[in-house]
Design a protein around this ligand. Structure first.
Ligand SMILES: NC(=O)c1ccc[n+]([C@@H]2O[C@H](COP(=O)([O-])OP(=O)(O)OC[C@H]3O[C@@H](n4cnc5c(N)ncnc54)[C@H](OP(=O)(O)O)[C@@H]3O)[C@@H](O)[C@H]2O)c1
Length: 253
């Protein structure tokens, strides 16, 4: 059994569904104590039960990551339960596909609140805890998207926030190294989640056309486990993970 993350304490946001749930399950299987974060407590409780029945350790910690007071309380709760925080995965996010001339300020602000401002709040609290704890340091993984490299049409809010996540990760890595805090960004292509089920996909794997291959959350989770399994002085800073057939990303023809 892989125990590469044995006893490390990891907070994973968006752990009730999709990629975050896959990462939480993979971390627990690798021996981590996982703090499961999302808004739906009943769903998180189910994920925690499934992890426990597979022999892992996880705690449901419902929290709206756009709410500053709830984020501050989340870190206190994690420390009360497990004494420290080694890893934070900022995965919770929303998709948005609206042409700029139809996008209201309120809709723009909603996307920025969850995809960007919430990540800032989580990173700020993570850095405070990781800097103060002994042994000092930790890892932060931010969920980007291939949209930070190659946008879809009519996705200005989503694309802008995912580009900002790249910049935030760079800044965190530079500023945190003196405290042993490192940050990484994962840019997934199409992965089975509520994003893809809205397009009618219920299974990972091939679709109607070669371009419609959808990865599983477990595929993306392997990258997160690898990032966290490296020695503390080494960082896999950025990873783009794609279905081989995602031709529009790689090039023409
Ligand atoms: N799936 C893809 O193809 C794909 C590709 C590239 C990047 N990504 C990125 O991967 C990340 C995860 O997306 P996903 O595809 O797994 O989506 P998903 O299935 O919709 O999951 C989103 C998760 O975020 C949580 N969440 C949403 N708002 C929240 C809030 N205010 N506070 C706390 N939790 C919140 C949701 O739980 P609750 O509803 O219970 O709060 C849910 O667990 C996102 O950052 C997304 O941009 C996805």
């Amino acid at each position: 059994m892989d125990q590469s993350m044995r006893d490390r304490v990891a907070i994973v946001t968006g752990a009730s569904n999709g990629i975050g749930k896959g990462i939480a399950e993979a971390f627990a299987a690798a021996g981590a104590k996982v703090v499961l974060v999302a808004r739906r407590k009943d769903v998180l409780d189910g994920v925690a039960r499934d992890i426990a029945s597979s022999g892992g350790q996880a705690m449901a910690a419902p929290c709206d990551v756009t709410n500053e007071a709830e984020v501050v309380a989340l870190f206190q709760r994690a420390r009360d339960a497990y004494s420290r925080v080694d890893i934070v995965v900022n995965n919770a996010g929303v998709a948005s596909g609206t042409a700029i001339d139809a996008l209201s300020l309120a809709a723009w602000n909603d996307v920025v609140a969850i995809n960007l401002t919430a990540v800032f709040l989580m990173c700020r609290e993570a850095v405070k805890v990781m800097k103060a704890q002994s042994p000092q340091g930790g890892r932060i993984i931010n969920m980007g998207s291939v949209s930070a490299k190659t946008p879809r049409p009519d996705s200005i809010a989503y694309t802008a926030t995912k580009h900002a996540i790249q910049g935030m990760t760079h800044q965190l890595t530079m500023d945190g190294r003196q405290y042993g805090v490192v940050a990484s960004v994962i840019h997934p292509g199409a992965t089975l989640s509520s994003f893809t089920s809205r397009r009618g996909r219920t299974d990972a794997g091939p679709g109607a056309t070669p371009d419609d291959y959808v990865m599983s959350a477990a595929d993306v989770a392997k990258v997160a486990v690898l990032m966290c399994s490296l020695p503390p002085e080494v960082n896999l800073y950025e990873a783009t993970i794609l279905p081989n057939n995602m031709r529009s990303f790689i090039g023409r023809g």
